[in-house]
Design a protein around this ligand. Structure first.
Ligand code: PMP
Length: 407
């Protein structure tokens, strides 16, 4: 096996040279948002310096050029997740907007009073609230499948909850609060047995593992560019073409129409039907650059490297007395959530920051998960392609020193 090119990768991310409080930055808040390589930063600058105009509008050269690049990015995303067609790739602002789109378009058209929407107990608020809103609007019922104390879905109970009234299953591919990777293929197979579509919230999974939507056979897959080393403000909704064709538009405006009169409007074809208004042009193109960058490293190599980091971090964390890991699923991505005896997670975050270490402290937009584990919050170290075992040592030493001071 070739060695993971960690030195080259670290050199590609200029922000890693920052000093925080006179200490080298140790950035372990990647589940919130990851940093950007030069190719992404340069791509944005290049678009605005050389290629920028509105897309799909003009016959002039710059508009054609920017449209080609924008559509080229869609093609790259299609290949990256192995969608069948670029018509299945809808640009959105991010995972949140992608899920809201499905709720308000597919949901409103197909879900009525008394129907059930099934989610899990480990969802991010983005995969809870849009469904609650839809339930309020339609009279549908939100069902929540339980998790166990290791932070795993209880699969047989999940499958039992897929019933005659279920109209949609929406579940995280990987949990942001716990790191759990869910058995989504089994869930999808069980739902499809009853002709029920499945939406996967891929916000956390997409930067950490190869994702093949055809192999998964999911009906919708939502993710954000900013967690995938791309810009914020751009994200993706993948949907199977037949489902998207049948769905009404989510928003009205320019670009999503074919012909407008005051009497009626004929909508555009896919994917434009769901892309009302001027999109985040440079950000979409730069997301394409991020995907090129990751593809050159290889998602399998990334998954293997990050698994090594997580194993090492878990092993080291377990040696620290008074530290409890929250979320110990057997299938886990590169996230380590933890609490310390007698020290509030916010104090952990603040103390670690004074050592140059960025971790997230809070409920991670997953308050029901915190309630389940009976903690107000956790501290969360989340790893990315540019993190190292040395950085994990810095984190663990930092934790030990704050236990010494406060514990
Ligand atoms: N789902 C999960 C699992 C997430 O981790 C996040 C981001 N923390 C989201 C949804 C929402 O993503 P965004 O804020 O980029 O829309």
């Amino acid at each position: 096996m070739t060695q993971f090119p960690i030195d080259k990768i670290r050199n590609d991310f200029p922000i890693l040279n920052e000093k925080i409080r006179n200490k080298p930055l140790v950035y372990l808040d990647n589940a919130a948002s990851s940093q950007k390589p030069n190719v992404v930063i340069d791509c944005i600058s290049h678009v605005y310096r050389h290629d920028y105009a509105n897309v799909h509008r003009g016959v002039h050269t710059l508009s054609v050029r920017s449209t080609d690049k924008f559509e080229g990015a869609r093609e790259k995303i299609k290949d990256f997740i192995n969608a069948e067609s670029d018509k299945e790739i809808i640009f959105t602002k991010g995972t949140t907007e992608s899920i809201n789109l499905v709720a308000q378009s597919y949901g409103k058209d197909n879900i009525k009073a008394g129907d059930e929407i099934l989610i899990s107990a480990m969802e991010h608020h983005s995969n809870i609230v849009p469904w609650q809103m839809l339930c309020e609007q339609t009279g549908a019922i939100l069902k929540v499948a339980p998790i166990n104390l290791r932070g795993e879905l209880i699969l047989d109970q999940f499958i039992k909850l897929i019933g005659d009234k279920t109209r949609l299953v929406a579940v995280a591919h990987m949990s942001n609060a716990l790191g759990t990777i869910n058995p989504v293929k089994q869930i999808i197979a069980a739902a499809h047995d009853k002709n029920i579509p499945v939406l996967l919230d891929g916000a956390q999974a997409i930067p950490h593992m190869p994702v093949d939507v055809q192999e998964l056979d999911c009906d919708f897959y939502a993710f954000s560019g900013h967690k995938l080393y791309g810009p914020s403000g751009i994200g993706v909704l993948y949907g199977k073409q037949a489902l998207l064709e049948a769905m009404p538009p989510y928003q009205g405006g320019g670009d999503m129409i074919r012909r407008v009169t005051f009497e009626e409007t004929e909508y555009n074809t896919l994917p434009y039907k769901f892309e009302a208004g001027t999109p985040s042009i440079a950000d979409a193109i730069a997301l394409g650059a991020a995907i090129d960058y990751l593809s050159a490293i290889g998602m399998d190599a990334i998954a293997a490297y990050e698994a090594e980091l997580l194993d090492y971090a878990t092993e080291q964390a377990k040696k620290i007395k008074g530290l409890r890991i929250v979320g110990e699923a057997s299938e886990k991505g590169a996230i380590l959530s933890f609490v310390l005896d007698h020290i509030h997670p916010h104090d952990i975050g603040t103390m670690l920051d004074s050592l140059g270490i960025a971790v997230r402290a809070g409920h991670h937009c997953a308050m029901p998960v915190m309630d389940f584990f009976e903690v107000p919050a956790t501290a969360r170290a989340s790893f990315a392609i540019y993190n190292t075992k040395q950085e994990i040592d810095v984190l663990m030493n930092g934790i030990e020193s704050l236990i010494e001071v406060f514990g």
